[in-house]
Design a protein around this ligand. Sequence first.
Ligand code: PCD
Length: 794
Amino acid sequence: ILEDRPSNPAAGDHDRPIGHGRMQRKEDPRFVRGKGHYVDDIVLPGMLHGAILRAPVAHARLVSIDTTAALAHPGVHAVITGTDLQALGLAWAPTLSMDVQAVLVTDKVRFQGQEVAFVVADDRYAARDALELIQVEYDVLPPVVDARKAMDPGAPVIRDDLEGRTDNHIFDWEAGNKAETDAVFASADVVVKQEIVYPRVHPAPMETCGAVADFDPIDGRLILYETTQAPHAHRTLFAMVSGIPEHKIRVVSPDIGGGFGNKVGIYPGYILAVVGSIVTGKPVKWVEDRSENLMSTSFARDYIMQGEIAATRDGKILALRTNVLADHGAFNATAQPTKYPAGFFHIFTGSYDLAAAHCTVTGVYTNKAPGGVAYACSFRVTEAVYLVERMVDILARKLEMDPAELRLKNFIKKEQFPYPNKTGWEYDSGDYEPTMRLSMKMAGYDELRREQKEKRERGELMGIGISFFTETVGAGPRKDMDILGLGMADGAELRIHPTGKAVVRISVQSQGQGHETTFAQIVAEEIGIPPEDIDVVHGDTDQTPFGLGTYGSRSTPVSGAAVALVARKVREKARFIAAAMLETRPEDLEWEKGRWFVKGDPSVGKTMAEIAMGAHGTVALPEGIDGNLDAEVTYDPPNLTFPFGAYICVVDIDPGTGHVKVRRFIAVDDCGTRINPMIIEGQIHGGLTDGVGMALMEIIEFDAEGNCLGGSLMDYLIPTAMEVPDWETGFTVTPSPHHPIGAKGVGESATVGSPPAVVNAVVDALAPFGVVHMDMPCTPSRVWEAMQGRTRPP
Ligand code: PCD
């Protein structure tokens, strides 16, 4: 179990993982035995079931709703409409982007699948049957489906609920320096332009969203079991919206079957479960089905990007600029720090040392589901990495340079870190060239190019795609980051019980990442108690310190730091207690993992377990040291962390069908100090699978009427083990200088870094046809069309 096998022998002793390294996950015994405890496993006495009636059309005025027949249906306890919610002041709820979203339609339907009414019944079947008995009359309106037409004069105004609104414009945002960038472009030898679309995709976690609300009318207490990635932030918002005092609300997020950003926001279903419980006086469970999840919960991406890159003739990249049209759907419900309406998109300068950069982003409303969630992405980093990595490849083609060589020539150099980029970020640490070289070595890059050359002569289509990414994860410093005014610090509380066993309570909530293991490993490393003896408590607001939740790979950078620091605090306190027990001075003690001993006399000392008993015992403690071995901290990160990686993808394309087969995928990641290499590899494997899915098969499209064409897993294709190769992973270690243990986030790296590698490989394979770009997903029909010299109309 405690085996510490380096996954990459070439990296040798750089792989010194934290606290028992590659240990098996503590949570797996329950997961692999089917004993996880998810929201839908919760059954409370007298519990009722809710179901949501959803709009069949994308844009329509609501003329009337008749709920009489539904109410008369056997087993039905309540039918709630928008009008009912209006009376309670709950018809609209704030979104995470300072907009409002309808909980139930009162005036107008704004996307297909929008929530129209809520039925509460004895069981799921009665609730679903009653939905069909609700009579709704709609006056159908022309929808806005194409973001490019959203700002056309005369386009239907979607958000006429907002006072004075006469168009579908949400925001304009920019970063970088326009004048400087334009000047660099004007004098550059080579400029290439490309429109690049990152299509709308969906996080599609295995478990859909759901809640069980239990409101007790006697003591006014609400317990809300929810599929949420951010229990504390949800509790605060529920208090603000419902008027239930915050100390009377407990949000519990039990085991979660995948989040991927999908469970950050507050969905109408959660609120409706609460209203249902208040109205009926009984616990109410609501769990959505797969189509509801795909059609109405947060989408991701949907960016139309006009990219431009400027370089010298010999391949020095000088500047990048882009204008982006961002489709935010019917409500601006994007989850991201307030100051950044386009998230962290402005890290689009990537891993390159540029003279100038500039971007603008315009957000528009369309008649589509709201969201714009950071699906495995630190707030739009995925779009940013895709843009720059495609542009660099297009430039390489133009300059007839090898794409690896072009990247190596333009990387930010090791000595330039901390590196201030041109759009306001300070990259904490990096050493890109060795990472790139390792990936090329693992791939046998030169040999692959030789093979490709030979195959091309025979008319075979083989492609090699490279992507080198830098992310910005671990949001974030309070001074410049908040969500709805809540700063992004996290807490940690550590208690060592008298017998030396420990409990660490953390702010973040796991959705499968393995926090119960890795956070115990951090404590183990710092105080020497074995990880088996440390329980990690998370996901319950009554039990854990306030914090903003798990997304943007922030748990390790923020909560992980809090945990290391709280453990150090306990270690320091233990020193004073040990000194009292040994009747010596604290400064005469020395630490070795798990034990304080007298300097110069290692045989005299106290282990953490002895100290814990001592703390709770009768020994007289020094002034200011109380009788326990507990501590708490709140950690405000000074900066984000900037993990990076080099990915190489090899594809073969069937010239007859356009089918793309991913033959090999080499991923070398650098997330600083690695806590548990096995968990990291699992994170990378999952993220690479996500990336291949987006590059080759996933898309949420709409027809001209605004019907969602990706509303089931028959249409929205997600990859399985059949579509992906055996991943070849490696790593380098460049610690974060500001993180207490040098760790950077890693959970999203592979989803961010892999799509451009796959698309670059597909485009490289199609080079003989003169293809320089194609938009995702590279499905067989699209690839085949590209081979015929046809592209899809925008
Ligand atoms: N780690 C280690 N080391 C290092 C880092 C890290 O070991 N250096 C590990 C940790 O501890 C954990 C993991 O790994 O366990 C991860 O981490 P991170 O990076 O910090 O992250 P987090 O925060 O924890 O998490 C989050 C992420 C995200 S964000 C996402 S999408 C996804 C990922 O995570 N999701 C998921 N992954 C995963 N997995 C699973 N299983 N599931 C899920 O759901 Mo967003 O924003 O939400 O979109």
